[in-house]
Design a protein. Structure first.
Length: 504
């Protein structure tokens, strides 16, 4: 509604330019101090500062650390085992000493080769043994050489050192041939990390979508404040001019008083609505400022083209993009790869065990430690171990269970693809239909504005009713609010589609 301007009073020629200068300066300072936050800036702050984003990013790192922990099984392992033992016996046993004191140290260096499944071990032993043989035992078979004689058997004490080095290897020929059992957990953990990364990406994307929708709520609340502010300005102008309007044919004081009361009521209602709109807007802005860890946002405005409608891809193209970018699908496929890898290990585990063991070494024994280091005595061993559980039912059922899990995972992937395709088509259809509603809503706003203008002109010319003029402005305000809400809803649908396509 427009009203004829009120003529200004006469100002002093020097005061008027000064007032204009001060007003212009204040406007310039206020506009230079005002800042605006874009959606991209807000999401960037959330990505860099919100603990949820940081927490989610730690998940894959934890899984990677667990995976590298499994890799420790193929490292060289050094074992050092000092030992001491003392035994005494009151029973005469052929070939056994009455007492023995033994001190020794065993060192070994071991490694598992994942490429072949072999176990390699190097050993080094040092042993000191002090043994006492009683005179109760007779016969060459029970008495150690080099001590005592037939006439005076007496107790015999013998102390000597033993040193030795050796190497042994254990090579599987059937089960775990090629290291399948050794590598399976490590290789499966790789897909655990891959799935964790995909899940983290999906969770972060969903969270950013929620934050973007909250930003849209702020922008919508800001637009509602602007609509309420313009409505208050209109009602204030109407109240200023109500007393100056003269109706043709003369009016009564009662009518003028009623119109003044109506105008005042309309102003108070507009002031209340503006205060409520500002309260909602400021509370939303305060929440976003806290989430972004940026207090300066409380002095910013949302910079968003609320009524702008961005282009959307075709349903077929969007469906392909969504499937390619889906973190849920990537996570499910990683789980399938993990099950497949575990299945290969279970298939291998169902084979019989056939293991070749080989070992060789040198040993020295002498009462003099330095002489024992000569290690002139040779040792070697070889064995072949075959193990086969009759029936092997446990391994067979494990393999069957794994295959069923893979089949179920394949169905989960198909379900996820179907859900994703349905979501994309639903969003595109809603966006297209919302665009139609927006077109009607814009026409409604234009029609409501024309009606409000005509009602205002009718009342200004004395041919209309103020109540109808106020009602028309109510209708225009509601039409504008509905247009803003529909535009915000369209924005949210587009954001949801962008998230499904991996654009957030």
């Amino acid at each position: 509604m427009t009203y004829p301007p009120t003529k200004p009073r006469n100002f002093n020629k020097l005061l008027l330019p000064l007032l204009w200068f001060m007003a212009g300066t204040a406007l310039l300072l206020s506009s230079s101090g005002a800042t605006a936050a874009t959606l991209e800036q807000f999401l960037s702050r959330i990505k860099s500062s919100h603990p949820y984003m940081k927490r989610e990013a730690i998940g894959p790192e934890v899984d990677e650390a667990a995976r590298q922990q499994l890799a420790g099984d193929k490292d060289w392992i050094l074992r050092i085992t000092p030992n001491a033992r003392h035994t005494e016996s009151s029973l005469a046993q052929p070939g056994q000493p009455e007492s023995a004191t033994i001190y020794g140290t065993r060192m070994s260096l071991e490694k598992t080769f994942w490429a072949t499944g072999a176990r390699l071990r190097f050993t080094a032993d040092t042993l000191y043994a002090d043994q006492t043989w009683g005179d109760r035992l007779t016969g060459p078979q029970t008495r150690p050489p080099g001590g005592g004689n037939a006439q005076n058997p007496g107790p015999i004490s013998e102390a000597q050192y033993q040193t030795g080095v050796g190497v042994s290897i254990s090579q599987p020929l059937m089960q775990n041939r090629g290291g399948a059992q050794d590598r399976v957990l490590y290789e499966a953990a790789e897909y655990q990390v891959e799935g964790s990364q995909a899940k983290t990406h999906e969770n972060q994307k969903d969270f950013l979508l929620q934050m973007a929708e909250s930003f849209l709520d702020w922008a919508l609340a800001q637009e509602r404040v602007q609509i309420a502010r313009e409505r208050l300005k209109e009602e204030q102008e109407a109240m200023t001019h109500v007393g100056a309007i003269t109706k043709p044919g003369g009016g009564t004081p009662q009518v003028a008083a009623l119109d003044a009361a109506r105008a005042e009521d309309a102003v108070m209602s507009a002031r209340r609505n503006l205060a409520l709109a500002e309260a909602v807007m400021k509370s939303l802005r305060a929440r976003l400022a806290e989430l972004a860890q940026n207090p300066s946002m409380n002095n910013e405005s949302a910079e968003l083209s609320l009524y702008e409608t961005g282009a959307i891809p075709s349903a077929e193209k969007a469906e392909k993009m969504a499937i390619r970018q889906s973190g849920i699908l990537r996570s499910l496929m990683a789980q399938k790869k993990q099950l497949t890898t575990m299945g290969a290990g279970l298939e291998d585990k169902s084979d019989p065990e056939l293991t070749l063991n080989l070992g060789a070494g040198l040993k020295g024994e002498d009462p003099d430690y330095s002489q024992s280091l000569g290690m002139e005595k040779q040792e070697w061993n070889a064995s072949l171990i075959f193990v086969y559980p009759i029936g092997n039912n446990s391994a067979t059922q494990e393999v069957r269970k794994n295959r069923l899990q893979i089949m179920r995972m394949e169905e989960d992937i198909r379900v996820a693809r179907l859900d994703l395709s349905a979501l994309v088509k639903k969003l595109i259809t809603r966006i297209e239909e919302t665009d139609k509603a927006l077109s009607v809503s814009r026409e409604h706003v234009a029609a409501a504005a024309r009606r409000a203008g005509e009602e205002g002109r009718m009342y200004s010319s004395g041919k209309g009713d103020l109540a109808l003029a106020i009602l028309s402005r109510d209708n225009k305000e509601k039409a504008r609010a509905l247009l803003a809400e529909t535009s915000a809803e369209r924005w949210k649908l587009k954001l949801a589609l962008d998230a499904a396509l991996g654009a957030i």
